[in-house]
Design a protein around this ligand. Structure first.
Ligand SMILES: Nc1ncnc2c1ncn2[C@@H]1O[C@H](COP(=O)(O)OP(=O)(O)OP(=O)(O)O)[C@@H](O)[C@H]1O
Ligand SMILES: [Mg+2]
Length: 322
């Protein structure tokens, strides 16, 4: 509307308003081009919006990608924009660094095996408190501040994630299954989506903490990647996005691998290229593809608007496993 003459019906503008209008027109001189660009950007996003229309996109928001306040705001804006555009985002979050810092403050020692946290009785209490409490509500608040309507739940709510204690784990290299006691760590067994379905059919954005219940009512810590993968499969998501703190999957030389098939992803685990937290991430991507999820992208959560870049541009970002 800038630059348009006021209609005859409008009352004569006062002096201050006139000064303001003059200022606006001056700035407006450069504006048409910028606005044309903006309009063009929107038209380019149309085919992508149509592709994901009413589809579910599960977004694993890694604890390592959450550190920066500006990035967290952008993340929340991106997610609210998806919902506004008719796409159904489901957020599943991690919280590795935040749990570590709380365990540290409470002087509780904790160790990792192949990217999974060994969780004793004292640790599981802290894990649930930090994940389902502080972090979950922090994300809910950010989404609501961005104009969304977010509701935070854990895998316990509505029996969303029923898990079984993880009693063995595969040796990443030899692929041999070995007994292992990781404590209160669970693998998802049954995903009950009815609460999620209600949310997805409304304007609510679900935010899920990866805490599960066992059949006998124990609290189990589920790796957030694993939980996101199981949920993505249960709702047959079009995409699973995993936001982390690296550019994507890196090869032995540290170069970004932009595309991976299931076989190659397996090889990266076996030959030791993927280590620590990247092991459950790749395993989740492999399982997701096998279980009917469209594709999984492992993205750099430190890049502003990483989600929009991946979903709404031809560029894509990070590593796509399909
Ligand atoms: N081949 C690899 N390519 C990329 N990253 C790798 C590789 N091998 C190991 N990693 C490690 O995996 C890490 C990502 O997993 P990590 O579990 O630490 O974070 P996250 O899953 O994003 O966060 P959270 O566990 O809190 O949800 C990277 O920071 C990197 O150090
Ligand atoms: Mg992790």
């Amino acid at each position: 509307m800038a630059g348009r003459k006021p209609s005859g019906k409008s009352p004569a503008p006062k002096k201050r308003t006139q000064a303001k209008a003059a200022q606006k027109t001056e700035q407006g001189a450069a504006a048409p081009e910028a606005w044309l660009k903006q309009a063009h950007v929107l038209t380019e996003a149309l085919p992508f919006m149509q592709r994901y229309d009413r589809k579910t996109v599960v977004i694993k928001y890694g604890g390592h990608a959450m550190g920066d306040a500006t990035l967290s705001k952008l993340f929340a804006h991106d997610v609210v924009l998806l919902k506004q555009a008719g796409i159904n985002p489901v957020i599943v979050h991690g919280g590795g660094p935040q749990i570590a810092s709380m365990l540290d403050r409470l002087d509780i020692k904790s160790e990792f095996r192949d990217g999974l946290r060994v969780t004793d009785a004292a640790t599981i209490e802290v894990v649930e408190m930090v994940l389902a409490g502080a972090i979950n509500k922090q994300i809910v608040t950010a989404l609501n501040q961005a104009g969304g309507r977010a509701v935070g739940i854990s895998g316990k709510d509505g029996n969303l994630i029923l898990a079984e204690k993880t009693r063995s784990r595969k040796n990443a290299r030899s692929n041999v299954e070995k007994a292992a006691n990781l404590g209160f760590v669970g693998s998802p067994k049954t995903i009950t989506t009815d609460v999620l379905d209600v949310m997805l059919a409304s304007d609510i954005i679900p935010v899920i903490a990866p805490i599960a219940t066992s059949a006998d009512g124990q609290t189990l810590n589920v790796n957030a990647d694993t939980a996101a993968g199981a949920i993505a499969a249960a709702v047959q998501a079009e995409r699973l996005l995993m936001l982390t703190d690296v550019r994507g999957v890196l090869d032995k030389k540290g170069n970004l691998v932009t595309r991976l098939g299931v076989r190659q992803a397996n090889a990266l685990i076996r030959n030791g290229t993927a280590q620590g937290g990247m092991i459950p991430k790749l395993q989740t991507a492999i399982d997701a593809v096998k279980n009917g999820v469209g594709a999984t992208a492992i993205l750099d959560g430190r890049v502003p608007n990483a989600i929009l870049l991946e979903l709404f541009t031809a560029l894509g970002a990070g590593t796509l496993v399909e």
